[in-house]
Each structure stands twice: as C-alpha cells, then as structure tokens.
Design a protein around this ligand. Structure first.
Ligand code: 1HE
Length: 268
C-alpha cells in the first residue's frame, strides 16, 4: 500500500487494502458508536482524496461494532461550545469529505448495520451503493436534539427518498427499517445475513470494471445530475467519448464480438 494510504497513519479509521484493489475502510470508534468527531472527518477527507491515486478500485465503508454510525459527535460539539462560524466550518469539512466520496470516482459500497442516524445517514448517502441487514435502521434525530442537518442530508437524503419524506424524518424522528427502507431508496440491498459480506461481494465485482468506467459512473453521473438537461446531455457525450474509446475497453469489446464474453441473462 502506498505511504499515503498506509493504515498506520490513521487513528479513527481502520484500513485493509486487499490484493484485488478493494479497500475496507472501517469507522473504528465502536465505543462511541462511530460518532463523527472532527478528526474522523479529516481522516475521511485524507483517505478519499488519495484513494484513486493510490490504486484503490473499490471501497467497502463499514462501521465497527453493532452500529454503523451515530452521526455528529454530540459530546464533542457540546464540549467545544462552537460559534456559528466554527460550526459552519465543521460542516464545510463534512461536505469536503462527502463530496470527495460521491464525486471521487472510486465506487463506495456502504455496509450498514444498527443505527445509521443523523450524520451517519449523511455519510452513508455519500456512498454509491448501500447494503443494509435486518438490524439496520435509519433516522434523522436532529429535530429532537434541537439541531439541523449540516452534512448534506437536505441534498442527498432528499434525493434518495424525496423532500417530504426527508422532512417527515427530521421533523418527527421517524425510523425506517427492513424492506420498507429499501423500497423507499435508503438502501439498494437488504440481506438476511451480514451486510458486510454482501458489500464485499459487490465491491469485488465492481473492482473488475475498468477504473475509467467506474470513474465515470461514480463521478460523472453525480455531476451530470447537477446540470440542466441540455448541458448534461452534452457533457454525457463528452464523457462517453473518452470512456467508450479507452484502449482497455477494446479487449472487452473484442471478446463480445468474438462471442467469448458472457451474455446478459435473467436471474435464474
Ligand atoms: C455518542 C453518540 C454521538 C453515542 N455523539 N457520543 N446522533 C444521535 O442523535 C444519535 C445518538 N446516539 C444514540 O441514539 C445511541 O447512542 C445509539 C442508538 C446510536 C446507540 O445506543 P447504545 O445504547 O448502543 O449506546 P449509548 O449507551 O447511547 O452510547 C454508547 C456511548 O457512545 C456513549 O458514550 P460513553 O462514554 O457514555 O460510553 C455515548 O455517549 C456515545 N455516543 N452516540 C457522541 N452521536 C453535521 S450535522 C449532523 C447532525 C447529526 O448527526 S444529529 C444526530 C446525532
């Protein structure tokens, strides 16, 4: 593993770089339910800033212990008695981390268990694929805590489930779990067993795609969604021009033409 990605230089995250390019990134404060303190956010920024350059092909984002993430470190926030200016800058660092994730071009599969709440849901929503299990539950407790979201829930959670469902969650503290959460779009997969095992299976699969193709999927789609329809169509053509003519794709196209590539079949 290159120096920058070396797990020794991280205290809040545990990193495991696997031979196939998949990196397991684990929030590692289980005694605090992986609450996001400022130091954890800085480590997320550092890791995701360097991931592509360090050859990471896909990430499984997990939380140690029974809960994925309890959101903002409320105790740190309370102890520091932050000013509006301070907290605005805290939020800007969260956005830096989560934008690096969503727009960074490296596929991120979140393995969710237990609480995925407040900022924990904001973190999960910056991943590209979310896998939940039978213990996973989603909530935005900010309304009850006397605070507001600051890590992008108004954008990404609204995007996933619609503005009014997001408003209901934060206003009333409503909790979603089980198949209903998948049906609403909070996760794409629900497992009977471990969400982690399924997330690794998916990461192993997507790590076999060409990196430039994954870059387009995990960066361009989000950028294109921020544009007007006309501009998005133009930019999509430019991206496809680059990606669909990459030399590495020729081998795969040739295999299709020669009938040696797998065909797309319905699930059996
Ligand atoms: C924490 C945090 C935290 C736990 N900040 N320390 N998020 C919330 O409102 C969720 C707050 N947490 C909870 O509701 C519960 O802790 C859980 C449901 C996640 C887990 O319950 P449980 O019974 O397993 O654990 P616990 O006994 O509540 O907590 C264990 C320890 O973790 C305890 O510390 P200890 O030193 O007393 O052992 C807790 O204080 C600590 N802990 N959650 C700090 N969040 C950019 S704006 C984003 C806005 C938000 O994210 S608001 C949502 C905040």
């Amino acid at each position: 593993m290159p120096q920058e990605a070396s797990s020794h230089s991280y205290e809040k995250l545990a990193l495991e770089q696997r031979d196939n390019g998949v990196c397991i990134v684990t929030l590692n404060r289980p005694s605090k339910r992986n609450a996001l303190d400022a130091a954890t956010i800085e480590e997320l920024i550092r890791f995701f800033s360097g991931a592509r350059g360090n050859g990471v092909k896909a990430v499984v984002l997990a939380g140690a212990g029974d809960h994925f993430c309890a959101g903002l470190d409320l105790v740190e926030h309370w102890k520091e008695d932050r000013s509006p200016d301070d907290f605005m800058h805290v939020c800007l660092r969260w956005h830096e981390a989560f934008n690096k994730m969503e727009y960074g071009g490296v596929p991120i599969i979140a393995a969710l268990q237990g609480a995925v709440v407040g900022g924990g849901l904001e973190l999960a929503s910056a991943a590209h694929v979310r896998v939940m299990d039978q213990t996973t539950y989603f909530a935005l407790p900010e309304g009850q805590r006397g605070i507001f979201t600051g890590g992008g829930a108004t954008i990404r959670v609204s995007d996933m489930i619609g503005k009014y469902r997001m408003i209901d969650m934060i206003l009333t503290g409503r909790v979603y779990q089980g198949q209903e959460a998948v049906d609403l779009g909070l996760a794409q997969y629900i497992t009977e067993g471990s969400s982690f095992d399924k997330a690794v299976e998916l990461a192993d699969k997507v790590a076999q795609n060409l990196p430039l193709t994954n870059y387009a999927i995990c960066s361009a789609i989000s950028h294109l969604n921020n544009m007007s329809g006309m501009d998005a169509a133009y930019a999509e053509a430019v991206v496809a021009g680059v990606v669909n003519t990459q030399p590495a794709a020729r081998e795969r196209l040739e295999a299709f033409a020669n009938k040696t590539a797998a065909r797309v079949r319905p699930n059996s």
